[in-house]
Design a protein around this ligand. Structure first.
Ligand SMILES: CC(C)(COP(=O)(O)OP(=O)(O)OC[C@H]1O[C@@H](n2cnc3c(N)ncnc32)[C@H](O)[C@@H]1OP(=O)(O)O)[C@@H](O)C(=O)NCCC(=O)NCCS
Length: 112
């Protein structure tokens, strides 16, 4: 099956604090977060090597950030990929908060 006919699905997996992108039912990557009150703090995004360079990270993050908006929450981009994505997608600027030392300290405690 070629790339264009593959089925891509993004889902939020609350129990694992992450969004996953599936390609033909196979997990191809994820973006991970923790919630600090109304802030959803994104700290890591990865796409499996086998699926790299196909725009999957962009699709995954676009879906995740749209879900944050629909949930009435705000975005904090600790993950460099998400930060870079937001620089190119100003439509999320109104719901984006800066990465502060407090955010990083709490995240470090949570992630051990
Ligand atoms: C970064 C990563 C998620 C990109 O996945 P992908 O599906 O191949 O990405 P896309 O095709 O949607 O986009 C590629 C873009 O990601 C950018 N990118 C690659 N690594 C990056 C990084 N560490 N930080 C920010 N951007 C990165 C590329 O420069 C490219 O940008 P361009 O659109 O200007 O060319 C993937 O390469 C990966 O899993 N890397 C290892 C883990 C990692 O470094 N994660 C990011 C920080 S948490």
């Amino acid at each position: 099956m070629n790339e264009s006919s593959a089925t891509r699905i993004v889902q939020r997996v609350d129990a694992r604090y992450r969004y996953e992108i599936l390609v033909d039912g196979r997990r191809a990557g994820l973006t991970a977060y923790r919630d600090h009150g109304e802030q959803r703090v994104f700290f890591h995004t990865e796409i499996d090597d086998a699926f790299a360079g196909q725009g999957l990270a962009a699709e995954l993050v676009q879906w995740a950030l749209t879900d944050v908006r629909e949930s009435g929450m705000r975005i904090v981009p600790v993950c460099p990929y998400v930060a870079k994505f937001l620089k190119r997608h100003e439509e999320f600027a109104d719901i984006t908060d800066p990465v502060t030392p407090d955010v990083l300290r709490r995240l470090e405690e949570e992630l051990g």
